[in-house]
Design a protein around this ligand. Structure first.
Ligand SMILES: C[S@@+](CC[C@H](N)C(=O)[O-])C[C@H]1O[C@@H](n2cnc3c(N)ncnc32)[C@H](O)[C@@H]1O
Ligand code: SF4
Length: 382
């Protein structure tokens, strides 16, 4: 039986310090906590491989967090070696690691590359030092530049950088300088995220106490429009709402999430989607440890088999985020429903008002105007 494609995500829940806006499961860990976590991860990978390896070949691996580069020497090598031993990883697999500018040394970059990493994602967020400090970032722009130089010197050109827009105190000029800096550095892949104010973060408390002021929606839209135009003018394609790449540098792994391809997540808070079932691991490191070591069972906290209706909604929601759009013929083949006929009036209205386009091949796409109100647009259709 031919093996199906799958992607793997590894979550590292440690950082050197916690950024003010960040709600990802991560905290400042001790060295022994980190070592113990690697042992648990390796045990989880082996446990899962017994279940899945016979059916799947691995096309991509993404090591994210948290800050994977804050782990002790050889942690990443040991995790990847365990994956290679227990899963069938394709030679062509895209293997990405998130690296923070002041948490990755030349030696660590070398260790990652020798362990098979062939793509780096580095968080810049903004080039303005004041904004960086108010975000709680502990690196400078110079640290970012040095990291990029170190990665390139060791032969890797497949690099992504993250920026954020809409942070309190950030201006359009700061965003312009940040994007122009990345263009000048010829970074081939850029992720640009609009700030989400998340519950439980320092930023949320500052905003609630009127100690930080959110930027108005039209200013955030102006920032996003600048990013879009500047990147398009400089040869980048927007392949998803927040993701831009030079030709050939779109991330395989990112697209897995929007194409609804199977993926398996390891580590605390990691999510998985396999054969129509979504499941997620516990957020608690101690519960994760207990499941693996005492209960000897996968550390899954919740699982849900999607209904046909939920799958249809996900197909619409995820594909409209992408430049490829929603293939209504493939949708009909999968769900036995002609979407154009089923949502005739709604779609006609959205098309007439310039939010959507429908081409001759039956591909439905958001326009630039539609992208700016994507969530509302999807809500309307669903
Ligand atoms: C998984 S995070 C962490 C990556 C890495 N530790 C770092 O800080 O660069 C990936 C990206 O998500 C974005 N991000 C995190 N929290 C966000 C928020 N509340 N709103 C918008 N973007 C956010 C940041 O741009 C960050 O680089
Ligand atoms: S943004 Fe990155 S470095 Fe900052 S706390 Fe979140 S995961 Fe850690």
């Amino acid at each position: 039986m031919a093996k199906k494609d799958i992607s793997l995500y590894i979550h590292i829940p440690f950082c050197n310090s916690k950024c003010n806006y960040c709600a990802f499961v991560s905290h400042v860990g001790t060295e022994s906590e980190k070592d113990s976590y690697v042992k648990d991860l390796i045990a989880e990978i082996k446990m899962r491989a017994q279940e899945y390896n016979q059916y799947f070949s691995v096309c991509s691996i993404y090591i994210g967090g948290g800050t994977p580069s804050c782990m002790n020497n050889y942690a990443i090598r040991d995790i990847l070696t365990c994956i290679y031993k227990n899963f069938n990883v394709k030679n062509s697999a895209e293997i990405t690691i998130e690296a923070n500018p002041n948490a990755v040394t030349r030696a660590k970059i070398r260790e990652y590359i020798l362990s098979g990493v062939n793509r780096f994602s580095v968080g810049l967020q903004c080039t303005n030092q004041k904004v960086l400090s108010s975000m709680g970032r502990t690196h400078t722009v110079e640290d970012f530049d040095n990291t990029i130089e170190n990665i390139r010197e060791q032969g890797i050109s497949n690099i992504s950088a993250d920026i954020m827009i809409g942070y309190p105190g950030q201006t359009l000029k700061h965003v312009q300088e940040s994007v122009d800096h990345l263009i000048e550095l010829k970074i081939p892949h850029i992720s640009c995220y609009m700030l989400q104010v998340e519950e439980g973060t320092k930023l949320k408390a500052l905003v609630d106490n009127n100690a930080a002021y959110l930027i108005t929606e039209d200013k955030v839209i102006a920032m996003y429009n600048y990013v879009l135009k500047e990147l398009k003018d400089n040869g980048y394609e927007r392949y998803e709402l927040s993701n831009f790449s030079k030709p050939g540098f779109a991330s395989y792994h990112n697209q897995v999430y929007w194409n609804r391809t199977d993926y398996l997540g390891f580590g605390v808070s990691a999510h998985s989607y396999v054969s129509g079932v979504r499941f997620s691991n516990t957020d608690s490191i101690s519960e994760y440890h207990r499941c693996i070591n005492e209960l000897k069972k996968p550390p899954v906290a919740s699982a849900q088999e999607l209904t046909k209706q939920e799958k249809k909604e996900e197909a619409i929601m995820l594909s409209l985020r992408t430049a490829k759009g929603l293939d209504t013929k493939a949708y009909e083949a999968e769900f036995g429903e002609n979407l154009i006929a089923a949502k005739k009036d709604k779609l006609a209205n959205l098309i007439k008002n310039g939010f959507l386009i429908l081409d001759k091949e039956g591909i439905l796409k958001a326009t630039d105007k539609g992208y700016l109100v994507l969530n509302r647009l999807i809500y309307e259709i669903i």
